[in-house]
Design a binder for this molecule. Sequence first.
Ligand code: ZN
Ligand code: ZN
Length: 324
Amino acid sequence: MATRGGLLLVTDFRYDEQARQQSGAVARVEIEGVSIWDRLFKELGGSTHAGKGGGSLIGFEAHALTVKEAERLSSPVASPWRWKPAGELVERLRVRKDPGEVAAIRAAGRLAAEALRETLAAVRPRQTELEIAGVLGGALRRHGSEAHPFPTIVASGPRSALPHAHTSQRTVAAGEWLLLDFGAVVDGYCADVTRTVVVGARADDSQRALYDLVQEAQHRARAGVRAGMSGREADALARDPIEARGFGAAFGHSTGHGVGLEVHEAPRLARTSADPLPENAVVTIEPGVYVAGRGGVRIEDDVHLSADGPVLLTDGCTDLVELV
Ligand code: ZN
Ligand code: ZN
């Protein structure tokens, strides 16, 4: 809770020590044993001038509240205040990264590359997607990733055509695609990487053609993206070459998203986004082409939109890997 009088963090016993360590320097920390909501209303009563029929205006983070939590704001105990959705105030402040934040994402990107290299060296035909995800997860942890920011996607063969596949028991066969989309976290900051490789054989001509197209689109976007261009313009950098070759309908998601404390945050590189990309944002560039029944290719790297242009924070090594 932020008021003119200062910052207050109300939490429960489980977070007592952690809350004091992480927030004690800037906020008063109160540990509540019964109801955090009742405590919040009580504290609000002490720090705002609530009165019947027209109390203080309180902004709340609508995107972070469940419907059940929102119902508390229309309950009698909350009636002394006027509640207003405040939009994503904190998220907007987070869009521009400072050098320390960029360094953390770069460190996460480096770690992700090392973990992937180790994992690919161990991939063999007849392993299951889950097995490969396990090897990758272990390697990420061994190299120091603090968390998996999202469940690792390992999708093989025709399943690589599912952009957000759930990793399954399917075994990968020689000559098939293997798509790996995964994250690493350093100092709370995420990197987000996707690579698509061919397992146990050389790529055939149609695989090579599909891969070359996605790689060309990815390189065009990651080299051309600039702070100040709209999310739509950035998206078009990757989309135009894919559409020009007739695969527009097979690239059904946006080109990228911001990455930071959360793996998906502002800004968006999408056809629907007219907002300019802010300087010092960090964004993913991740075009993909998905052919139902045959498979898909996605290639994803993370880019810092510096004043001097785009700077890669992940390794950017996208030449087609054939695990033979
Ligand atoms: Zn990803
Ligand atoms: Zn992503």
